[in-house]
Design a binder for this molecule. Structure first.
Ligand code: ATR
Length: 267
């Protein structure tokens, strides 16, 4: 039996074991998948212990994605650009760090929701780790422009500069968001965790696709989008399953089907 798991703190409510168990069944691979609660300052020792027990790989969630980046001895381009790791593959003595968050988002948008990102105008709210993690895979879809709007303007400007060689990006403060609609708005802030909605012009949502990276609840961003006539309002459940599928494939070389798993979780 191949040993996998997910590290986080908290981790109790993680859906990853349910998702990976379904992938394993589908692809006929015999795996165990544990939830591991690592103490805040002890990610590295917990991970090493898991590896010594014969683990073939593991996922990493909040707040350990930067620790996992440091633990990895080799990084994929995605992980390098994202500056964070959510998936580690154990390959002998080598720990390969990957980041599947952005691929997960793109696959949900393109494959599951049938949204072509080419030539679209995308507005991302927030300029933290979550935004950094999704920028490269989004830019690879060749949108017309990605605008990053953040409460702290300088962070948006710096992030846009960091990625400007990969496509057209610009950064500004939330107050500069215009009432003009865009094609897609992605909420990558952590505001929902505090029950808040970033303070932006309502008109931007009119007729746009509004995607919240968070899943599980109807977030304040989703309520705002509905109230302001968004064309489509989506939470991050599909992204969660797709990032897991990309991790599963990274470990096993087998690509699991995601549609049924998403439908199961939604119901
Ligand atoms: P993550 O890794 O989830 O991206 P982070 O790096 O702490 O977490 O970033 C959180 C993001 O949410 C930041 O862009 C933050 O804005 P600031 O850079 O100005 O701090 C944004 N954010 C959090 N609460 C917010 C709120 N109430 N309104 C607007 N933006 C908010």
């Amino acid at each position: 039996m191949d040993k996998y798991g997910v590290f986080g703190n908290p981790i109790k409510h993680s859906l990853s074991p349910t998702i990976h168990t379904q992938f394993a069944k589908q692809t006929g691979i015999n795996i165990s998948y544990d939830k591991i609660l690592a103490p805040i300052n002890e990610f590295s020792s917990s991970a090493r212990q898991f590896i010594n027990q014969g683990a073939k790989g593991f996922n990493v969630t909040v707040p350990f994605k930067l620790d996992a980046f440091k633990l990895a001895t080799k990084l994929t381009t995605n992980a390098q650009t994202a500056g964070a790791v959510n998936t580690i593959k154990v390959d002998g003595q080598t720990l390969i760090g990957e980041n599947t968050d952005g691929i997960g988002l793109v696959n949900d948008l393109v494959k599951n929701l049938n949204i072509n990102l080419k030539d679209k105008v995308i507005l991302i709210l927030g300029a933290g780790g979550a935004t950094r993690g999704i920028l490269l895979p989004l830019l690879k879809q060749r949108p017309k422009r990605i605008m990053i709007a953040n409460r702290t303007t300088s962070k948006a400007i710096n992030l846009a500069k960091d990625f400007s060689s990969h496509g057209k990006t610009c950064g500004f403060g939330l107050e500069k968001v215009k009432h003009e609609p865009v094609d897609i708005i992605i909420n990558a802030t952590s505001a929902s965790l505090d029950g808040k909605m970033p303070d932006i012009a309502n008109g931007v949502a009119n007729g746009s696709i509004c995607y919240d990276l968070m899943y599980g609840t109807q977030t304040p961003f989703m309520n705002w989008a509905q109230k302001n006539n968004a064309k489509m309002v989506v939470n991050g459940l599909g992204m969660l399953v797709e990032q897991a599928a990309a991790a599963f494939e990274f470990w096993t070389g087998k690509q699991p089907g995601t549609q049924k798993v998403i439908a199961n979780l939604r119901s």
